[in-house]
Write a protein that binds this ligand. Structure first.
Ligand code: NAD
Length: 479
């Protein structure tokens, strides 16, 4: 891997502490960091290098999956971390930063490979890109890359504006958009499952699949994030990004090769074929919901509008289900259903593929392929089989495999490692982001105008009844 300087905006923030430093430490343990690695952390406050290194050490102690004691050279690792104060709005601060980066490059004899990671509020993305450009920090004799975290815009127009601004300093091939669901091992495994198995590959189309169901349910409520969540809702928080990525990874056709370009091309094709939800018939495609108080684990929990920081008349969405139709020869007539929300029965992310039955027979269950992404990773195939212990009655049996997740690298480890290598496979391409916003935009507008009913559901349930109806109309039910 190329030697590089890692420039981290938001180095004193929550994401850096909980995810980025632990990820870098685990990459260090696995000898996956470049031999010459140095990081310049940036934040508003003045902090000495020593105190910054202490902060990094503490965050590893608290959040890393492996302990500090697993390294024989933790000191050496921490010495790679330096700190500079910088206000994202002050061009002069970037000029100071450029001098510091150049000094480090000279001192350590590093090529001018620069990784800029924006772990800051998305409102700052554009200002930072402009100032990186103006200060000359993004003009290097080596490579330069930009890592940003979702959200990529609040709607189609703001996403386009953001992208146009980023493009002034970075090419598309230099931008690594993190959607951390794409860092989950089982999501990265989807393509291998779908197309590395001739049995499944042959069945991965409308001839054999009747419908697909993608669920990401959370048990938590809004917690202390009402300020953010009440403005975003589940549609911006989960659907536009994570759910659409899961959908693309499931509905794509075999790529011509395993290259990032080919894989992302296939994902974009799915989005291009995704039918726009007709405004007049939106209720046949989309269900939006909001949780009411209910019982969870024996405790009564408050409803969304009773949460701290949420107004009592908030019409925000905490649940969404949708029926997606893909107008291409592979999926014509096969509905893909997605649903996600807060305060649901269980915390789980899974994809269920329901296969067609030749003739519906009372005693036969449909074959199901269940791919569980979270909290444990597993793949299960449900088949019909005679049970000799029950008078030879035909019953469903489950053939399964699960992975021990504690030993699996965290999403951020995989993604940061890939970005350092320059492998963009599991990052969101602008085409995907833009097409996803295009599909979402009319739904967002209908939500904003309250043109679509807001269905209440009790905390601890799997969402409003309307989400069940969505499938019933097509003759299916959620698994
Ligand atoms: P945070 O508020 O904890 O940290 C913000 C950081 O930005 C701090 O280091 C602060 O010093 C810096 N900052 C603020 N104003 C600044 C300024 N004017 N100039 C320079 N630096 C300034 O935020 P966070 O939770 O770490 O989130 C960072 C980004 O990651 C956001 O885009 C967020 O949406 C995204 N994200 C966070 C999480 C998470 O788990 N926290 C998860 C997914 C995505």
């Amino acid at each position: 891997m190329d030697a590089m300087t890692f420039v981290l905006f938001g180095a004193t923030g929550d994401l850096a502490k909980r995810k980025i430093y632990p990820a870098l430490y685990n990459l260090f343990l696995d000898e996956k960091l470049p031999s010459s690695f140095s990081l310049i952390g940036l934040g508003r406050r003045e902090i000495s290098n020593t105190n910054f290194q202490k902060h990094v050490e503490e965050s590893i102690q608290t959040f890393s999956r492996r302990s500090l004691y697993e390294s024989e050279d933790i000191k050496g690792f921490l010495q790679a971390f330096r700190y500079e104060s910088l206000d994202v709005n002050q061009l002069g601060d970037y000029e100071r930063l450029r001098a510091a980066v150049e000094e480090l490059e000279t001192e350590m004899n590093l090529p001018q490979n620069r990784m800029f990671y924006l772990s800051v509020a998305p409102d700052f993305f554009e200002m930072i890109a402009i100032n990186l450009h103006k200060s000359g920090l993004s003009s290097t004799s080596g490579w330069k890359r930009l890592i940003i975290e979702k959200p990529f815009g609040r709607d189609l127009a703001s996403a386009r504006h953001l992208n146009a601004t980023l493009s002034r300093a970075f090419e598309e091939t230099e931008i690594f958009r993190i959607d951390h669901y794409l860092g989950k091992p089982m999501v990265q495994n989807l393509e291998a499952l779908e197309f590395g198995n001739p049995v499944l590959k042959a069945l991965w189309n409308k001839e054999f699949i009747s419908n697909v169901q993608i669920t990401a349910s959370e048990t938590v409520g809004v917690e202390d994030r009402a300020g953010y969540y009440d403005q975003s809702g589940v549609i911006r928080d989960m659907v536009q990004n994570h759910m659409m990525q899961l959908f693309m990874m499931t509905a794509m056709q075999p790529p011509a090769s395993n290259s990032p370009e080919e894989i992302r091309k296939e994902k974009s094709k799915v989005m291009e074929a995704l039918r726009t939800v007709p405004k007049e018939e939106m209720a046949d495609y989309i269900v939006r919901g909001q949780y009411e108080s209910g019982e969870m684990n024996g405790h009564q929990v408050p409803g969304y509008t009773e949460e701290h920081g949420v107004s009592s008349d908030s019409m925000n969405n905490t649940f969404m289900a949708a029926r997606l139709l893909v107008d291409n020869p592979y999926w014509e007539g096969v509905p893909f259903y997605i649903r996600t929300g807060k305060r649901m029965t269980e915390k789980s992310t899974k994809i269920v593929i329901e296969f067609k039955q030749e003739h519906k027979q009372e005693n036969l269950s449909p074959n199901l392929l269940v791919i569980t992404i979270n909290p444990n990773e597993s793949v299960t195939l449900t088949l019909n089989s005679k049970n000799p212990l029950n008078d030879g009655k035909i019953e469903p049996i489950h053939i399964g495999h699960s992975t021990k997740t504690e030993e699996v690298p965290e999403a951020y480890e995989r993604l940061i490692f890939d970005a350092m290598k320059g492998d963009a496979t599991f990052f969101a391409h602008w085409n995907e982001v833009e097409l996803s916003w295009k599909w979402i935009q009319p739904i967002l507008e209908a939500f904003d105008k309250n043109a679509l009913a807001l269905h209440k559901y009790p905390a601890g349930s799997m969402g409003p009844d309307a989400a069940e109806e969505l499938l019933k109309k097509d003759g299916f039910n959620w698994w």
